[in-house]
Design a protein around this ligand. Structure first.
Ligand SMILES: Cc1cc2nc3c(=O)[nH]c(=O)nc-3n(C[C@H](O)[C@H](O)[C@H](O)COP(=O)(O)OP(=O)(O)OC[C@H]3O[C@@H](n4cnc5c(N)ncnc54)[C@H](O)[C@@H]3O)c2cc1C
Length: 432
């Protein structure tokens, strides 16, 4: 997303641009599968934070089907008890309010909050001392629902730094679910790059050699090497590989990146989120108004890694059985579910494996972990990049905090870097 948007802005100003994409498709962590008989998103599926959101505008222009989640949700506690709807709604809203409070609190006291304090600590304090001091059941339910927030950051809430919650502002906004698919959004963003034939698929970058153009007598220029050994010279290179990929492949840079950049790449957290979509054969176990009987499960953090590792090398039939058994305690709670009834049995289960995908950085979601002192400085360092060597960075990890870690954030980050390059070359007034 960041690369496509960056290329589009530069191309529109007359720059010559080449996108080297290692995969045989565009979109990165936004991708779809039709393996279960209908197209489902395996990566991004929500538009987070509707305020000033360019992807929302694209979705509206492209007539993408969007869905707003109501309050009519069924919540079960960890002992599989259905929670009364009114109570579940109240606690769910309270959870959101506490997350908003945590963001405001961290904005106000960021330098005073110990690096070891987590978002969960904040919840425990609010739940125990303010909300439900005498009601153990509601306190427990609130804390269990707080854990679900892990799906948003791809990690454990007990590891989410309270000090850096203000950098997760995207959590406080309203979200829309893309109920058709993100494909049209990606295709729209890719229009310009495709029109200029700027995308080269199957080109995995393995080396980025640069020179410091501030050194007297030294000419700039960056040499990019791809897997088959070919090298290509460029004036500027925008690296939009995921943060997780950068963590594992800092050796592509020659000479090595300066220490603050290396430190920033290693210091910012990177989560894990997996989505095994599951198709039930018949609608009978789902309320009739749902046209697509597809269930989406989200797993994150260590359990996502454990699950993907467990099924990665299994043959499809064994993988299906494993996942069916693994998720049975959950889908069997669906209304109208009847155990052993053929119409309620899952027919196909897909399992994503972002954790095993090197080009996705073996995960997703930039996050901010406890123990880190100044993540904001790290993000600024990465955002600034290394322009003196012609190397820039863009992606969800360099997004503004309102859109950090999201597809929208990647789009904005790509656009921001393109604008800086345009300014560097004095191309502001150029227009094709
Ligand atoms: C399961 C899951 C669910 C998600 N849900 C949402 C959601 O609902 N809403 C949301 O906003 N976000 C969501 N996200 C996050 C969102 O997908 C990402 O924030 C966004 O796609 C990041 O875009 P990007 O351009 O920064 O990186 P990417 O999309 O990862 O793009 C990086 C590109 O670089 C390529 N690449 C990597 N290494 C090389 C190399 N060496 N040479 C050449 N090319 C290379 C990759 O193939 C890829 O195409 C989700 C992510 C996952 C995994």
């Amino acid at each position: 997303m960041a690369g496509l948007r960056c290329a589009a802005v530069l191309l529109e100003k007359g720059a010559r641009v080449t996108i080297f994409e290692a995969r045989d498709r565009i979109g990165g962590r936004i991708c779809q599968s039709d393996e279960i008989g209908r197209e489902v998103d395996l990566g991004a599926q929500w538009i987070h934070t509707l305020e000033n959101n360019p992807l929302l505008e694209i979705a509206i222009d492209e007539d993408v089907a969007l869905h707003r989640w109501g309050t009519d949700v069924q919540v079960y506690d960890s002992s599989r008890n259905l929670i009364d709807n009114g109570r579940a709604t109240y606690i769910s809203q309270l959870r959101r309010a506490i997350i908003r409070d945590a963001i405001e609190y961290s904005k106000k006291y960021k330098d005073r909050i110990p690096t070891s304090t987590s978002l969960l600590d904040f919840f425990v304090e609010r739940a125990a001392q303010e909300q439900f001091p005498d009601n153990e059941q509601d306190r427990k339910l609130l804390l269990e629902m707080a854990e679900l927030w892990g799906g948003f950051i791809g990690g454990d809430v007990s590891k989410q730094s309270l000090r850096h919650m203000w950098m997760e502002q995207c959590a406080a906004g309203e979200d829309l679910f893309v109920s058709s698919s993100y494909r049209e959004i990606v295709d729209n963003v890719a229009l310009t790059a495709r029109r200029y034939r700027a995308i080269r698929l199957g080109m995995k970058v393995t080396g980025i050699k640069s020179r410091d153009r501030r050194t007297p007598g030294q000419k700039g220029g960056v040499l990019v090497t791809v897997e088959d050994g070919r090298s290509f010279p460029f004036d500027e290179v925008v690296v939009t590989a995921p943060l997780g990929w950068l963590k594992h492949h800092q050796d592509v840079f020659s000479p090595p990146l300066e220490a603050p950049l290396e430190k920033a790449i290693m210091g910012i957290g990177y989560g894990n989120l997996e989505k095994p979509p599951l198709e039930a054969y018949d609608l009978s176990c789902l309320p009739v108004q749902y046209a697509s009987p597809t269930l989406l499960f989200f797993t994150w953090g260590p359990s996502a890694i454990q699950l993907t590792t467990a099924v990665r090398s299994l043959i499809p039939s064994k993988r299906f059985e494993y996942l069916k058994t693994y998720f049975e305690p959950y889908y069997s709670l669906l209304p109208h579910y009847s155990s052993g009834h053929v119409d309620c049995e899952p027919q196909v289960i897909l399992s994503t494996d972002w954790a095993g995908d090197d080009l996705a950085g073996n995960g997703s979601y930039t996050n901010f972990l406890t123990g880190v002192d100044n993540a904001s400085r790290d993000v600024d360092t990465l955002r600034y990049g290394c322009p003196e060597r012609g190397i820039w960075f863009a992606g969800e990890h360099t997004a503004p905090s309102l859109h950090m870690g999201t597809a929208t954030g990647a789009y904005i980050a790509g656009e921001d870097v393109a604008k800086r390059i345009i300014e560097l070359y004095g191309m502001e007034r150029c227009r094709l």
